[in-house]
Design a binder for this molecule. Structure first.
Ligand SMILES: [Mg+2]
Length: 344
């Protein structure tokens, strides 16, 4: 298996395994986790198959949308992508398996999309729940589909798949930042350099509003223009990246990571806490997944993000075979990975 393929597979499976591991601990605080699972917390995913949640189901929906579009038009134009996302989000919304503690923002936005109104009316403009960055990683993998796809494409697709349900500027920026983290880790940026590169990236994007996809979704009371709108999102993400930096310096790996970077119910916190768990143990994906799942906050999304980073860095071979073989939705993940056609 080539290196890029190995890392993409590691990231997709790592995210699903994190999601499955964190599903067990999502609504438990640290005392409840220790009482139930002992002093080391939860160390193994439960069940066969290991059940995942809406995080993985929706990531698969985003992946299917990209495949639908690419088959029609390799440039992924706005109208095809809007159509494909609408169809796949609604399909997820009505799926009988959509019973894994789905987020309210996604449910409400999908209900609106199904009514056939425009996406800018259907979305929840003030939501920055983590529901849009927990599902963005397939956009990052698409960077490797062909050489014509640029980081600017990844940025606008990542933000747009968020904007259709979560249109708060921080949800958009955090989805973009999450996708770019995965891209950089697959490309081989070292764990020592990634944080500074992401801070630099966030500053570089501060005034870039992707109007060809985002249309006028920025419009709302007390926001005067699109640049000011997106700047608000990047500023909140930069504050979260600074918190990760402070936490890494402190290196208190034995405490709940949410103490340092937040509980992760909102986008920039889920991103930051997932990244912190990865940076604690960059070469030990099992330790990353355990640290992320044993957290007081939105543990499935934190571990999903942490797993996508750890897998992108280390590759599929570093994940336990037994966990990989037991995870749900393997056919769907493999279909997407095969579509990238990287086996050359
Ligand atoms: Mg979930």
């Amino acid at each position: 298996m080539n290196n890029i393929l190995n890392k993409i597979k590691g990231s997709f499976y790592g995210s699903a395994i994190g999601d499955g591991l964190g599903y067990t601990t999502e609504f438990l605080n640290m005392d409840q986790i220790y009482n139930r699972f002992g002093i080391n917390g939860l160390t193994e995913p439960v069940g066969n198959p290991i059940q995942v949640t809406d995080d993985t189901q929706m990531a698969i929906a985003v992946g299917k949308s990209l495949m639908d579009c690419y088959k029609k038009d390799a440039t992924i134009n706005f109208s095809n992508f809007e159509n494909a996302l609408r169809t796949r989000y609604i399909e997820w919304y009505n799926d009988p398996e959509n019973n894994r503690a789905p987020g309210n923002t996604c449910l409400k936005a999908c209900e609106n999309l199904e009514r056939g109104i425009t996406w800018t009316e259907a979305t929840l403009k003030n939501s920055k729940g983590c529901g849009a960055n927990m599902r963005v990683h397939p956009v990052a993998y698409f960077k490797f589909k062909n050489n014509n796809i640029t980081n600017a494409d990844i940025a606008k697709w990542a933000q747009f798949q968020s904007a259709m349900t979560h249109a708060h500027p921080t949800a958009l920026a955090a989805a973009d930042l999450t996708a770019m983290t995965v891209v950089k880790l697959i490309e081989g940026v070292s764990s020592d350099d990634i944080l500074e590169e992401l801070i630099e990236y966030a500053h570089s994007q501060m005034h870039i509003y992707h109007e060809d996809f985002l249309e006028n979704v920025w419009e709302r009371p007390v926001v005067f223009n699109s640049k000011e709108f997106i700047e608000r999102g990047w500023k909140e993400c930069i504050l979260s990246l600074e918190k990760v930096k402070t936490a890494i310096a402190k290196n208190d790996k034995s405490s709940d990571p949410c103490i340092y970077t937040g509980e992760g119910w909102i986008a920039e916190e889920a991103f930051a806490t997932g990244l912190l768990c990865f940076l604690y143990y960059p070469n030990k994906p099992i330790a990353v997944l355990r640290r992320a799942a044993n957290s007081s906050g939105d543990s499935d999304s934190i571990a999903c993000l942490a797993g996508s980073f750890a897998g992108a860095y280390c590759g599929i071979d570093e994940l336990p075979n037994d966990w990989v073989n037991r995870i749900e939705y393997q056919n769907e993940m493999n279909e997407f990975i095969d579509f990238l056609n990287l086996e050359k």
